[in-house]
Design a binder for this molecule. Structure first.
Ligand SMILES: [Zn+2]
Length: 211
């Protein structure tokens, strides 16, 4: 669990990155840290890309409906103006931001802001997603959270897309994606067919090898 660093009471800016697959609890972890900052009387602001319209325009909403009000923005440069006088800046769904986001985060950190960024590290093809790899390179503190693989119960690092659309950005819930470990991810839709015919407790599709 991430604990806030202390520097003998000195305020100093830094970047924290929370990354992982879908359903891994990234937003929950972001909200946990922001709530703790609020308890410590820090001025907290939360931003998310305008593209993410899944639940509500003005809220960072996680899958368990534990939310904090946020400001939707269309470009990362808006963060510099909107974060005047703010101690802690939270950014959710960072993978959907433009490639200037890492630079903007560095500038905020140099101003003394604690920046907490949460985002998908890989898209559904298993490739680094948007500005996330660059954020992981420049951040001081990196936390990779994991979901649980639906098929074998191991730690899930991949977001497997259940529909055939080739678009990289496809917002969705449990019916569009499922968390999978690396092995089950690479087994592709063989596992889909398997689960539809024999679903039940104790089912271990991950042990089956593709033909
Ligand atoms: Zn698995």
């Amino acid at each position: 669990m991430f604990l806030e660093p202390h520097f003998r009471g000195q305020r100093s800016g830094w970047i924290e990155v929370i990354c992982g697959a879908m359903f891994s609890g990234k937003t929950e972890e972001l909200i946990r840290r922001l709530k703790r900052a609020k308890i410590a009387n820090q001025r907290v602001e939360i931003f998310k890309p305008k593209i993410d319209t899944r639940y509500d325009d003005a809220k960072v909403v996680s899958h368990d409906a534990n939310y904090i009000l946020s400001t939707p923005i269309s470009h990362s440069s808006e963060l510099l103006e909107l974060s005047e006088g703010v101690n802690v800046v939270g950014i959710d769904e960072a993978q959907f931001f433009d490639m200037d986001l890492p630079d903007v985060c560095v500038r905020l950190a140099l101003r003394g802001v604690r920046v907490i960024v949460a985002g998908l590290d890989m898209d559904f093809r298993g490739r680094p997603f948007g500005p996330m790899p660059n954020l992981l390179a420049v951040g001081e503190y990196i936390t990779k959270v994991h979901a649980i693989c639906k098929h074998c119960g191991n730690l899930a690092t991949h977001s497997y897309r259940l529909t055939p659309s080739p678009d990289t950005v496809m917002l969705g819930e449990k019916d569009l994606y499922e968390p999978r470990c690396r092995t089950c991810y690479h087994m592709g839709n063989i596992l889909d067919l398997h689960t539809s015919e024999s679903e039940g407790p104790g089912h271990k599709a991950g042990n089956k090898k593709p033909a």
